[in-house]
Write a protein that binds this ligand. Sequence first.
Ligand code: FNR
Length: 378
Amino acid sequence: GIYAQGMFTDQRPQITTNLAELEAEAAESLSPEALGYIVASAGSGSTARANRDAFDAWRIAPRMMRSSAERDHSCTILGTESAAPLLIAPVGIQTLAHPDGELATVRAAAALGVPYVHSTQASHSFEEIAEGGGDAPRWYQLYWPTDESVLLSFLGRAKNSGFTTLVLTLDTTLLGWRPADLDRGYLPFLSNLGIENYLTDPAFQAGLEQSVEANPVAAAMHWAQMFPNPGLNWSQLAFLRENWDGPIVLKGICTVGDARLALDHGVDGIVVSNHGGRQIDGARASLDALPEIVDAVGEQMTVLFDSGVRTGADMAKALALGADAVLLGRPFLYGLALGGQAGVEHVLRCILAEFDLVTSLSGHTGAAELGRDSVVHA
Ligand code: FNR
C-alpha cells in the first residue's frame, strides 16, 4: 500500500517507517526534560544497551517454500483477545509526549485491536480512559502504594472502569538512578504530572489536609510518601489475590528463581522485563533471561516479555524464544510525540506489518509457529 501511494500520489508516510530512527525524529518535538525522562536509562545505560545487543545476538533462521500465504496472528492472552501478540506497555505521564496523553494511546490500541496497559502513574484517570478509550482491551498496572486504603480504592476503580487483568510491577519500588533527570533535578510527578489516578482518588484525598487545588505541592508530597515501597515482599501477594478477581501478572521478573516463586504463589503470568534498562544499571539483558525462564515455567503460566523491542523482527525473536506476547515501550511513545493517536497507530502498524512480513518470509503462518528452531544465536 505504501509503495503504491508513493508512486501515484505524494502521500508518503509522515513519520519514518525506520523504527530505529524514531527516537531521533521524536527528539526534535520534545523538550529536553521530557526527552531526558523518556529516553533515560539507569546509570551508564549499560542495561539498555545490553537489551539491544541481546536482540542483535539472535538471528532469524528463515525456512523457505512452506505455504505461508494465509496468516493469522490473533491470539488470546490471559483471556484477553488481541489482534496480535503485542500489548502497549504501561508508561506513566504520557502527556509529557503529547497533550492527548494516554487517551491517544488507548484509542490507537482500540484501532489496532491490541491491549492497552494503564499505568498507576498515568496522566489520565481510570475513569477518563474507560469513558474516552473506545473498546480497547484494558489492563491495569499497579505500583503498590504503602497506604492500604488507596491500594483498595485503586483496585475498585480499575475494576469498575473495565480493567480486566492486573499487572503488578515489582522492579520500581524505588526510582532507579537516572542521571539525565538527576542532573536537571527533574521529576515530573512532583509537579503533579502523572499522578492523576491519585489526585482523583477519594482515599488519597482523605489523607490530605487541604484540597488538591488549594495545595498541589502538598498533594505531590503526599504521593511521594506512599509511592516508594521497598518493603514489598512475596507474602503480600495473598492480599492482592483476595482483592482482585481477574488474572494477576508480575512484571519485572529477570531470574528463574523469581519465576518459580511467581508460580508457587499462584499468579497467572509474568513479564520478563528490566523496565527498559531504567532501573538497575548493570542488570542482565531481558532477552537473555527469557529462554531459561520459559524452560522453567512456560508450560504452566503465561510468559510475556519487554525491554528492547524496537521492530517486528525483534518481536519475532522474542516469540521464537518462548514469549507468549511482547509489550512495546518507548517506540509507541515516540509515535505519540510525533503525531498523537495517529502517530501511535503508525508505529503499531509498522511493527505489526514488519512482524507479518518476517513471519511469512521465514516460513510461518502465525506467531504460534515460531519456536526455538526459528532463531540461532550468532
Ligand atoms: C516506563 N515503564 C513503566 N512501567 C511500569 O510498570 N509502570 C510505569 O508507570 C512505567 N513508566 C514508564 C515511563 C517511561 C517514560 C518508560 C520509557 C517506561 C516501563 C515500561 O512498561 C516497559 O517495561 C519498558 O518501556 C520496556 O522497554 P522498552 O520497550 O522501552 O525498551
